[in-house]
Write a protein that binds this ligand. Structure first.
Ligand SMILES: [Zn+2]
Length: 332
């Protein structure tokens, strides 16, 4: 049972617990921020706290009381969760209507009635408008918690009726420490994972479980072979077909920038892939820097094309051919 928020969520937790203790918790909370920051974890800890009958001093659910027991078996009558039936689908309006009528009945255990809506950006116009009524005329002792990773996709009328709570990226040291403990990696790898994950700790943990560090090292080895003419772009693309093209393009962009940095300085102040430095250094010495700049632009364009109906394997092949050309000898 989730009882505590993540260490980087302490400020948000204290704020809400304070207001809960004072009896001034807003009836609608909008927890927002980029994916991978642990909003769902936080929301679960908060729901458990609200429905616990014997909260600890820090506000954590006790894990023992009747409320906690019901939560553990996923059967608390005062908790309603609204989510799409399937990932990517919208939250249906009849679910919101059912919720509104359920909330008119008082709580089963004379505590809070808690509603968790996730992800809130999946409310379509009709269901959002239906929810508005509930937000405008809240029933007593009701707390609605909305989770959202893309706040710009949420109707402004919904946004303005919720107390917004932002979840930002944690301080790097804090995120690294957590990742070292929870992903079983050492500090430089943790830093590398966080860089790849846009500083989102849970995304970094996912990447680690997916073996991203090894995958990157493997690909770079193959790119060496490509530069030496020992493999063809088609062969590399074939070997890497299980990895998302978007990820490969991101890595190629980082390595291109790193090659430029290493070309001008043996010890550049910043490097995207410190874990692959030994492998990048010799490439940086052989490369034609003007071509790398142009290649970098092409990667940006390729990334944009990924949002369209482009043939992704073909696009990857073209970018690998582009990589090969970075190392081609100039005609004299
Ligand atoms: Zn409890």
């Amino acid at each position: 049972m989730i009882q505590h928020p993540y260490p980087w969520q302490a400020a948000q937790w204290q704020l809400l617990q304070q207001r809960l203790a004072q009896g001034t918790l807003p009836h609608a909370l909008l927890l927002y921020g980029a994916q991978g920051m642990g909003k769902r974890h936080f929301a679960t800890a908060l729901v458990n706290s609200l429905l616990c009958e014997n909260r600890t001093e820090s506000g954590a659910a006790c894990g023992e009381c009747r409320g906690c027991q019901l939560l553990k078996v996923g059967n608390h009558p005062d908790l309603t969760q609204l989510s799409p039936e399937e990932e990517g689908k919208t939250i249906a309006i009849d679910k919101v209507r059912q919720l509104s009528s359920k909330l008119t009945i008082s709580s089963q255990y004379s505590g809070y009635k808690v509603v968790l809506i996730t992800p809130a950006e999946q409310l379509n116009i009709a269901s959002a408008n239906s929810l508005l009524k509930t937000l405008e005329e809240p029933t007593p002792d009701t707390i609605l918690i909305l989770l959202c990773s893309h706040i710009d996709r949420l109707l402004p009328t919904i946004r303005s009726r919720c107390q917004k709570v932002l979840f930002n990226a944690p301080q790097p040291e804090q995120a690294e420490r957590w990742l070292v403990e929870h992903a079983g990696v050492d500090q430089p790898v943790a830093a590398q994972l966080l860089a790849l994950a846009g500083s989102a700790p849970l995304r970094a943990q996912q990447l680690s479980e997916g073996g991203v560090i090894e995958q990157r090292a493997d690909l770079l080895k193959m790119l060496h072979a490509l530069a030496r003419g020992e493999m063809s772009p088609v062969q590399v693309a074939e070997r890497e077909k299980k990895i998302a093209v978007a990820d490969i393009l991101q890595w190629l962009s980082g390595w291109s920038m790193d090659m430029i940095r290493l070309h001008f300085s043996a010890h550049p102040p910043h490097i995207d892939s410190p874990d692959l430095l030994d492998s990048l250094r010799p490439l940086a010495q052989q490369v034609d820097v003007q071509r790398v700049y142009r290649y970098f632009d092409k990667l940006i364009e390729a990334n944009r094309l990924l949002q369209t109906q482009v043939n992704q394997p073909l696009l990857l092949e073209q970018m690998l051919i582009g990589w090969l050309r970075l190392f081609a000898k100039r005609r004299s």
